[in-house]
Unconditional design. Structure first.
Lengths: 369, 346
């Protein structure tokens, strides 16, 4: 599990967009790594920076008004400093991406088969006939019926689910080592979503590729991710194995996400517990912990101190960026699980002034300001 | 089933076919998209009826037919016992006071050039109610307060509000005329997860406080379970199952309902590894639906008879009506559901 074994290593990635309204801190110091053959789920709401961090991996956010810093190591090479032409060789070959909306990512004028052949010919010196055969194989691989005929169809002749399959086929054209899937099932119906997720899982097992799946749907990541990173306002605020995130979540935002969705496996009478307020602007981020204006368990110090992603005591590989002491977090989560409301549990935070937290807050003040 | 209580809306053999035409000047009808094809159900006064189904199953068309935003090809919609499909002019306008709608997209359903105050007051202007300036403003501010908006934001424009707040504005506008029936067409699909819960809780509270009758349309089965007393499942223009929430989610009888429930991802990596029943292929086109039972092309239980004789919607016990020759057995249903659901089944 050392860093050497990881296929992709993102280290302190920062992406800033300089706009007329100010600097958008879209990604702010994100680090993660992914080993071959595993799946990382990145979860967050709109504007949490989850897509930007993935797009940057492929150099798709490069531009005059974008500042990027940190490192993205792919098999030891830093993708951030790679020249455009070398990056183009990796893109679509070793690292491939599928996007949310399959209709707007396929060219409407060209046949699906031609677009698949293009992906092959771009990176392989093979004949057109061989590329066409490959295109047919790929369509078959992703479960499109009658691929010999379908290879000559236009995108509009495909249904939504088939288009997403075609997009996956295109991404798999060169057997990538890493597949980045940005909301791959959001535009699809549940039964089709289940088909696509099963397909992704099956292909991953057969081809041994690593997958980064970006989504807002906790149900989707629970189904297929090995590890989950929760993002909020451009940062990873909690990172753990999929089992841990759902069994012992540590961050109040993660609790909020888990408690605010209606689920099939909880009693219907249970009220939803919404997260108050709305996601912050990435131009004017709140001071201290970025979640503090929406956090039910906020203490005064949290408005000044910026929490770091730190290991959770006693839980290997579980990291969280929260200023509440770990035993208190455990107590609150147990309370929430027992059906108590955040308002009731808020008392736990007030009752104990926790001098160590206040003391720890003092020296860090300047850093947070 | 015969639910207790008086029906507010009775839908009888409702049909909507959209013609497919060819030619520019003499438009020749070459076929029809059978969006809604012979649908019959009641909406009981004070209940929340959910309609679920995948894209193109006719759930939104059904809702639009009920509020007369579309004209039915045939069939009847009775509101408080009266057929409303033929109403015109002043009668129709009076009817519109009784039934209001909230839409999916809070961005395109509000006029960007009007203030929130005038958007919510528009129903009063249209129907000539609350004529005094002060009284109208008071009413609008009360409504804003009721849906959790700050009444001081009366003079702001839609772009100053977030998605969740805009959806609240849509709800306030719909409630302005104190309708008896509220039709919500995918009211939370466009919202972020943390905001969805705020709007769902508000809708549930308002429904209880005001005694509204709600038709709630969504594709998200977990949201529908949370919101609705009874649920209708549609597939290519037909209702395939209609049941009280507990029955539908505890013991689905139609194989399509079973497949839908089995496909819902459950945010629990331990419980997620239940047996998955994957449907093959896509939903057939409503322009050319399969014969007899429309689900037979994708159904794991289909037999010869399913392509020959259309199964009627009949009582299957537990308050459930389903249209299926070979409904799911207890064991089959259990294998398709998350464990927690079958434990709670009646």
């Amino acid at each position: 599990m050392s860093a050497r074994e990881s296929l992709l290593e993102v280290d302190n990635l920062k992406v800033e967009f300089h706009t007329d309204d100010g600097v958008v801190y879209a990604v702010d110091g994100v680090s993660y790594s992914i080993r071959p053959g595993t799946t990382l789920g990145i979860v967050g709401e709109s504007g949490s920076g989850k897509s930007v961090s993935a797009l940057t991996t492929l150099g798709l956010t490069r531009g005059k008004r974008t500042r990027v810093s940190g490192r993205i190591l792919f098999e030891g090479r830093d993708l951030l400093t790679l020249p455009d032409d070398e990056l183009r060789e990796i893109r679509g070959d070793d690292i491939a991406m599928i996007f949310q909306d399959p209709l707007s990512s396929l060219h409407p004028f060209y046949k699906v088969g031609y677009q698949l052949m293009e992906a092959v010919l771009m990176h392989r010196s093979v004949s057109k006939a061989a590329a066409r055969d490959r295109a047919i194989d790929l369509l078959e691989l992703v479960g499109i019926p009658d691929p010999h005929r379908r290879v000559d169809s236009y995108p509009h002749e495909f249904s939504g689910g088939m288009r997403q399959r075609a997009m996956i086929a295109m991404a798999l054209a060169n057997e990538p080592k890493l597949l980045i899937a940005d909301e791959p099932t959001t535009a699809l119906d549940v039964t089709v979503q289940a088909q696509i997720l099963a397909l992704l899982e099956d292909l991953q097992q057969r081809l041994g590729m690593a997958v980064i799946i970006i989504t807002h749907d906790l149900g989707v990541v629970a189904e297929i991710a090995d590890e989950i990173a929760v993002m909020y306002a451009g940062r990873i605020i909690e990172h753990a194995s999929s089992e841990r995130i759902f069994a012992t979540p540590q961050h109040p935002y993660t609790w909020g996400l888990l408690k605010s969705i209606p689920r099939l496996d909880t009693p219907r009478s249970e009220d939803l517990v919404p997260i108050s307020g709305r996601p912050p602007s990435l131009i004017n981020r709140p001071s201290g912990c970025h979640f503090h204006p929406r956090c039910p368990y906020v203490r005064d110090g949290h408005k000044r101190v910026d929490p770091k992603l730190e290991p959770v005591p006693g839980e290997f590989g579980h990291e969280v960026a929260c200023l509440l002491p770990a035993p208190l977090r455990k107590q609150i989560w147990q309370g929430l699980q027992a059906g108590r409301t955040p308002d009731e549990l808020r008392r736990l935070v007030d009752d104990k002034p926790a001098p160590e937290a206040v003391a720890a807050a003092q020296p860090a003040d300047e850093a947070g300001a | 089933m015969t639910p207790a209580g008086k029906p507010l809306v009775e839908v009888r053999n409702l049909v909507k076919h959209f013609p497919i035409t060819r030619g520019v000047i003499r438009q020749k009808k070459v076929g029809a998209v059978k969006a809604v094809d012979d649908v019959t159900f009641d909406v009981i006064s004070g209940e929340t009826l959910g309609i679920v189904g995948e894209t193109g199953c006719g759930k939104s068309t059904t809702a639009r037919l009920i509020v007369r935003l579309l004209e039915a090809t045939s069939g009847e919609v009775r509101f408080e016992g009266e057929d409303i499909t033929k109403k015109k002019g002043a009668e129709l306008k009076a009817l519109r006071r009784e039934m209001q709608m909230i839409f999916q997209d809070p961005y395109s359903s509000l006029n960007p050039r009007k203030t929130i105050g005038s958007i919510i007051a528009e129903p009063y202007a249209i129907h000539g109610l609350e004529k005094g300036e002060g009284a109208r403003k008071k009413r609008v501010q009360d409504l804003m307060d009721m849906v959790g908006l700050n009444p001081e934001h009366y003079n702001r424009y839609p772009h100053e509000f977030s998605g969740g707040q805009r959806q609240r504005i849509g709800v306030a506008r719909a409630l302005a005329l104190e309708p008896k029936l509220l039709v919500a067409d995918e009211p939370v699909s466009a919202l972020d997860v943390s905001i969805q819960a705020q709007v769902l809780n508000m809708l549930r509270r308002l429904q209880a406080d005001l005694g509204l009758t709600v038709i709630f349309i969504a594709h998200d089965l977990s949201v529908v379970r949370h919101m609705c007393d009874r649920v209708a499942v549609m597939y290519i223009g037909k209702i395939v199952e209609l049941a009280p929430g507990e029955s539908l989610y505890g013991f689905p009888r139609h194989p399509y309902t079973g497949a839908l429930l089995s496909a819902v991802p459950v945010p629990d990596p331990v419980g997620a590894h239940r047996k998955r029943e994957l449907l093959t292929g896509d939903v057939p086109s409503p322009a050319n639906p399969p014969s007899a039972c429309r689900f037979h092309t994708r159904c794991p239980k289909a037999q010869h008879i399913c392509s020959e004789t259309e199964p009627p919607l009949v009582d299957k016990g537990g308050g459930t009506v389903a249209a299926c020759h070979y409904p799911l057995t207890r064991e089959e249903a259990d294998s398709r559901l998350p464990a927690a659901l079958t434990a709670a089944a009646p």
